[in-house]
Design a protein around this ligand. Sequence first.
Ligand code: ATP
Length: 431
Amino acid sequence: MNNKTDNNLMDKIVSLCKRRGYIFQSSEIYGGINSCWDYGPLGVELKNNIKRFWWESMTRLRDDIEGIDASILMHPKVWEASGHIKSFSDPLVDCKKCKQRFRANEINSGVCPECSGELTDVRQFNLMFKSHMGPVEEEASLVYLRPETAQGIYVNFSNVQLTSRKKIPFGIAQIGKAFRNEITPGNFIFRTREFEQMEMQYFVKPGTDEEWMEKWMNVRMEWYLALGINKDKLRFHQHSHEELAHYARAAYDIQYNFPFGWQELEGIHNRTDFDLKKHSEYSGKEMGYYDDVTKERFIPYIIETSAGCDRTLLVCLIDAYDEEEERVVLRLSPKIAPIKVAIFPLVKRDGMPDIARNITGMLRPHFKVFYDEDGTVGRRYRRQDEIGTPLAVTVDSDTLKDETVTLRDRDSMKQERVKISELREKIGKII
Ligand code: ATP
């Protein structure tokens, strides 16, 4: 099958996710809640692997980026300073007839796309979720669930810079939940009201910002290629003047060709000194940087790379999904596959299960493994193919004679004989 021409691809992925324990609808037993999803046993592994891969490449493998984990609830002034209270809104229209709600910029015809009913005038709708802090609602202060993780980084700029003794240029990375009361969530986990971001803010000297913007665009595109995403389905989209957010001087999206069209996967923005200047103004605190070589003080410019974890996960699933005559196979990169190795005894006798269990125990400290002895070995292979397990080890009657097993590759389905004593090293090389 050529999945590029398959119109039902999204339905197939949603169904596979539910059937195999990747992603479930939230609160399903109560009928579900719109646009909220729960990651199941395989989903949480895949998500953690994606986050780990991002964290390692953005922090551990570099010496110019530090990580933080800021709280979701922040001082309400943060959102005044950032411009979110005033500007973080989408234009909204309601249909007077069927009462459906749309983003005004999604409407072309001037009438309701569902029932052709008359639409209300355009209103601005702020996307931030509000809550109250404190036990008595009337006296409690209004707080917001953060709509992006970035602000937690800006308000900690000086804390991180001073404690880590970093010199500009340097970055601060963070992975965490963000919340947006989206008008039209949908397309499975593509647009939800609660999601996770993987953001990095890179602080540079003004004047070097354009050069860093270009560097980061390349680094981030390479990251998706290293995740195994098809190059032909990725591209940059430059924001036009009208599309630019209130804080940005230049912005590029990394887009992916989803079954529902080219859409943003990550935003890379030149935010200038907007954020630090605003926080300095609203807090009355100095947010600058002192360069002890040139003896200059300045407010750094910021290049931001802002990726959605759930959206990346959706891209990984879509990109990996393939159907062959005999099987469905998720060609996930071994780096992120939830289970790395499945281990099977060919049959449940002649001591094969014991040997297979011993191998499982031997590999478990090193790889995420899965032992399965139920059903025909062919069916067990198919089950693992469908969830993207790159390797399978089978113990058979030859194992009893020569202490070798078959190692089967998910993509090529080729099998080779490997000595049990060499299995760990061999798998390590492939993974
Ligand atoms: P969009 O135009 O799709 O609404 P955005 O331009 O508002 O996105 P950013 O503010 O740049 O998005 O957020 C950075 C990243 O966070 C996006 O590229 C996306 O991967 C992720 N993201 C943003 N909103 C959502 C959402 N509602 N659900 C899932 N992921 C999201």
